[in-house]
Design a protein around this ligand. Structure first.
Ligand code: NAD
Ligand code: TYD
Length: 357
């Protein structure tokens, strides 16, 4: 049996990962440590509620005694760190929490793993253990019109979010280079799919368009992101966890670059057709003040993970976006729950003063 300690798995990607792994394997156990911030949602894990292979622990990755206890009690083979503050706009408004969770939390996990897995007398690591850091292509900064991020691209982050993720990555590498800790880092492009919080581009546009609310497009909307269906990311993380060479970074992306305005128009087109609602149209689009430090283009070269581990994406954008829209339409109570209360205040603060351009 393989035991995983996975952090942040009440959030978007982590919850998809838990469900993906429980479906794919029988002989596993997943300990899921999550602080249940605004982004953590137990509703995402409903399908795993009665599955005793999934053990949920409500707690913080910065809590050293708790993390040490979990490592001692469950003795996981693999630790996968999804937990993070993940939204660029929030990081611009309040960077410190990003440092606490993304940097200090990661270093705490590394330190606890080292204490649990390293024998200083024998100068050896427990066999078969690995720490996997789930990172992002945003650590590489922005691309011009040409070229792609490879694992050798220098880190050049611009937002407080991407800076905190890059910093965490450097600590992971330092634990490998300094102590010989078995680690991997994955750097994926933008994900989309079910359970994504309604602050990120695609779910925000679905929610607003469905309710005939304005669709805020930052600047000219010609920024490019490389979109990957979330299950293809989960598949890649699983492959790296089991087959990745220690110390290696793996970029993950499916060569699916789209401008933001294309994404917004696709959501409008699909939604209006699915709902037969002519009021969902491009007249809802508002070009608003740009995000400061906005990266113009991300694009991943996934050549290494394809060649080394045989990974490839299975869901095309055309299929994935329809599945995603259908999921949000089919689960209105999920969106209702996450957009009540604190979300209203978030939306007013984030978009209320954003001038139309
Ligand atoms: P998310 O914001 O949806 O979920 C984050 C989860 O972490 C939440 O469940 C939250 O409660 C938990 N969390 C936050 N702080 C915590 C703490 N201190 N201790 C324990 N749990 C804590 O994020 P996501 O989109 O699922 O992203 C998961 C990971 O993948 C992040 O590390 C992110 O940087 C990375 N990533 C995301 C994308 C993307 O497009 N969403 C792309 C590439 C990489
Ligand atoms: P986002 O989903 O926040 O992901 P990231 O910033 O990590 O790439 O944003 C994706 C793109 O969409 C990014 O270029 C910013 C843009 N965007 C808007 O134009 N309007 C919005 O309301 C949001 C949330 C994002």
């Amino acid at each position: 049996m393989t035991t995983y300690l996975m952090t942040g798995c009440a959030g978007f990607i982590g919850s998809n990962m838990v469900l993906y792994m429980l479906k794919k394997y029988t002989d596993i156990r997943i300990v899921n440590l999550d602080a249940l911030t605004y982004a953590g949602n137990m509703e995402n894990l409903k399908e795993a509620a009665d599955d005793d292979r999934h053990i949920f622990v409500h707690g913080n990755i910065c809590d050293r005694p708790l993390v040490s206890r979990l490592l001692a009690e469950y003795d996981p083979d693999v630790v996968i760190n999804f937990a993070a503050e993940s939204h660029v706009d929030r990081s611009i408004a309040d960077p410190m929490i990003f440092v606490n969770t993304n940097v200090c939390g990661t270093v705490n996990l590394l330190q606890c793993c080292k204490e649990a897995w390293y024998d200083p007398e024998q100068r050896s690591w427990k066999k078969g253990r690995k720490y996997l850091q789930v990172s992002t292509d945003e650590v590489y900064g922005a691309l011009g019109a040409e070229g792609f991020f490879t694992e050798k691209s220098p880190t050049d982050p611009h937002s407080p979010y991407s800076s905190s993720k890059a910093s965490a990555d450097h600590f992971v590498k330092a634990f490998h280079d300094t102590y010989g800790m078995p680690v991997n880092i994955t750097r994926c492009s933008n994900n989309y799919g079910r359970f994504q919080f309604v602050e990120k581009l695609i779910p925000l546009m679905i929610f607003n368009a469905k309710n005939h609310r304005p669709l805020p497009v930052y600047g000219d909307g010609m920024q490019i992101r490389d979109w990957l269906y979330v299950e293809d990311h989960c598949k890649a993380i699983d492959m790296v966890a089991s087959g990745g060479r220690s110390g290696e970074i793996y970029n993950i992306g499916g060569h699916n670059e789209r401008t933001n305005i294309f994404i917004v128009k696709t959501v409008i087109d699909q939604l209006s057709r699915r709902l037969g609602d002519p009021e969902i149209n491009e007249g809802l689009i508002r070009h608003v003040e740009d995000r400061p430090g906005h990266d113009r283009r991300y694009g991943i070269d996934p050549g290494k993970i394809k060649a080394d581990l045989g990974w490839y994406p299975e869901t095309t954008f055309e299929v994935g976006i329809v599945k995603t829209i259908d999921w949000y339409l089919g689960n209105p109570e999920w969106t209702e729950h996450v957009t009540s209360g604190a979300y209203q205040q978030y939306y007013a603060e984030m978009y209320g003063n954003r001038k139309e351009i």
